[in-house]
Design a protein around this ligand. Sequence first.
Ligand code: PMP
Length: 393
Amino acid sequence: MARFDTIFQTALQHMTDRHTRRVLRPIQQTGAVTVIRDGRELINFSSNDYLGLTHHPALAARATQWLHEAGTGAGASRLVTGTSQQHMAVEARLAAFKGAQSALLLASGWQANASVLTALLRLAGEQDGPPLVFTDRLNHASLHHGCMAAGVRQIRFRHNDLDHLEALLCRHAGQPGMRVIVTESVFSMDGDRTDISRLSAIARHHDAFTYVDEAHATGVLGPQGRGLCAGHDIDLVMGTFSKALGGFGAFVTGSRAMCDWLVNACSGFVFTTAPPPAVLGAMDAALELIPAMDAERARLARNATHLRDVIRDCGLSSGPSTTQIIPILIGDAARALAFASVLEKHGILATAIRPPTVPPNSSRIRLALSAAHTDAMIDQLATAITGAARESA
Ligand code: PMP
């Protein structure tokens, strides 16, 4: 045993006792939506590869081409010697795609939120005293992290309740401090969307800065998959490469001044190595393909509506979902795990999500649809849900 292992083992035992301990289960990815786990082929309904781009030949070809042209690694941070033509090209594509003045690449979505938000809130605090930061209660952990690292107290509004946000802004109207609203356009665990047009009007009225995480909307929703913030007055839009774009990494878009400032002030940009050429090549190809993928987006929306009907017909709830992310709300963590194992018996990989990822007593199966799911796969999922609902009743 290593010297400090009793500390770790005690902590792990606490998790085991509280049924919150997780273990890594390896899979072998055999296609955009098929995996082998424990020797068995399963249809993957737990991946965020919403457009099936992880296995698209155009992404693999450009990744290979850029890898051969520029090597396996960038070798340094962007400010040292890490900025290449490829970084500039992908940032230009991103800015055009999002209709923004400027874009900035970040290492991952988690790192983007954790470090960009921290820098931004610190700067906000230098304006007019501590900033007033309004956050959705179900914001992603990385957004919480950014707020915590900046040392701000969050003023939380009820999940996706813009009336509540407005009431809180009014309640603090007389107070000094820059207003910052931090939310997501599509929520990762409920699959519901923010009314961005109303959010932007509220923010304007209260002179608040808007920070919107579009991790799950980019590529899937909005005109040509440009996200729900497209065409709206949102100050900072964050997105990831790790979901519909089928890769890895992240970006923010906004004004040129803001991106130039982040180059200097965001520690998660300044002190990390630039994204590698192969990843950039794949993302360059994804950004070229995505605007023309309306048929795939329509298919996703159709299948999502159908599956929500199936869930409802089984006497279950898919909560407020209106997107390709569909929860099957179960409540109890043990029941959610049992539901997932019945789905697995039917050849479906759909993970049970439990606290602390979701609030207590809101354990669920989180289904994430992909345009790469065939009609037969969707039918198999529907049969599996019906079977699992019957068994767990
Ligand atoms: N924001 C949201 C809303 C997410 O769901 C996720 C991924 N789970 C992230 C950010 C982090 O993105 P990445 O996986 O690229 O680190």
